[in-house]
Design a protein. Structure first.
Length: 333
């Protein structure tokens, strides 16, 4: 995105790969179901991220309304569809960041902010000028444009994207985005370029990974107090998440193989088993109408270990039966 395009994004939006050209300044909603006003549904300490993101004090999560991807199995559908949320200014968003820091958050966690990147960048600059010092996490579906991500360079410390699919057919069926693999690969390369290799703080000391980060394949199912891993704090770097879908173990293995062969120990890989069938999804997509089996998940984890993945996170137990979905009740907004 050129600077001329950036100035006109409100009237002709091309912030995400959809390139829907919505006139968001006139109230026209883009594919993301958002106007040009920031809209958010929750800002609070969040304990259900990877241990080095949440720690024992919580991640300062800001859940933005709307989404440029719109997966059929989305667990945050009320906010993804834009039906829940409150409009706020860039100035108010900066205040929220500072309030979360004041509550002891380990970081600021921007959840699904792709369609608000210009305003978010403005808010981050304001907050940093007013004392924001904790790391900033960009938590993303992975469906991003490189040009938009460049607006965040120097403002975001940690990228936390998904890599959902490498198969265009799956991306089309479940996210109406056959270009997802191409877009996500390019976006991930830009994220790694910006954030670099992981840097951790352990008991207040920075340590460079690999070796010193030393997570191995860590569990992420306990919010805090499960062991020593909550004291390992990520300051900079990239964690790529992959949600294993029912019946798609081979597709998941393809994703793991790509990530490891492309980035090795430059990134961490988080393999998720928390797929939860949302109401109605099984009617339109019968294969998604059930939870992931333990055998399916173990198959993908075993493959990752056999492939050589050491920098990563896994989940144990029936995490899909637990609530990873907070109340989107405008808390903190």
């Amino acid at each position: 995105m050129q600077m001329a395009d950036l100035k006109s994004w409100r009237k002709d939006c091309t912030l995400c790969p959809r390139n829907c050209h919505a006139d968001r300044s006139a109230g026209q909603l883009g594919f993301c179901r958002s106007s040009d006003r920031i809209r958010a549904a929750r800002a609070a300490l969040h304990y259900w991220e990877e241990p080095c993101i949440s720690g024992e004090d919580g991640s300062g999560a800001v859940f933005f309304s709307g989404c440029s991807l719109g997966c059929v199995y989305c667990q945050n559908r009320p906010i993804a569809e834009g039906s829940v949320g409150k409009e706020i200014s860039a100035e108010r968003l900066a205040e929220i960041f500072l309030e979360l820091q004041g509550q002891g958050a380990w970081n600021i966690n921007l959840i699904t902010a792709a369609h608000f990147v210009p305003q978010v960048a403005e808010s981050l600059r304001t907050a940093k000028s007013q004392g924001l010092k904790i790391p900033v996490v960009y938590n993303s579906s992975g469906y991003e444009k490189v040009e938009t991500l460049k607006l965040l360079e120097g403002l975001v410390d940690i990228y936390l994207p998904d890599l959902k699919y490498l198969d265009p057919a799956l991306a089309k069926r479940y996210s109406s985005a056959p270009d997802y693999p191409q877009a996500a690969k390019a976006a991930l390369a830009e994220m790694v370029r910006q954030a670099g290799r992981p840097v951790f703080a352990v008991r207040g000391k920075e340590e460079n990974a690999p070796g010193s980060g030393g997570c191995g394949m860590q569990e992420t199912d306990a919010p805090k107090g499960a062991g020593g891993e909550e004291n390992l704090r990520l300051l900079r770097g990239v964690i790529v998440r992959h949600l294993v879908l029912p019946g798609q173990t081979e597709a998941s293995k393809e994703v793991i193989r790509y990530l490891y062969e492309t980035y090795g120990d430059q990134i961490y890989i988080s393999i998720l088993n928390q797929y939860t069938p949302m109401p109605g999804v099984g009617e339109a997509y019968p294969e998604l109408g059930r939870k992931l089996t333990q055998e399916e998940y173990d198959s993908v984890v075993d493959y990752a270990i056999e492939t050589g993945v050491e920098n990563g996170f896994i989940q144990e137990g029936e995490t899909a039966s637990e609530s990873f979905i907070p109340a989107f009740d405008i808390t903190g907004i």
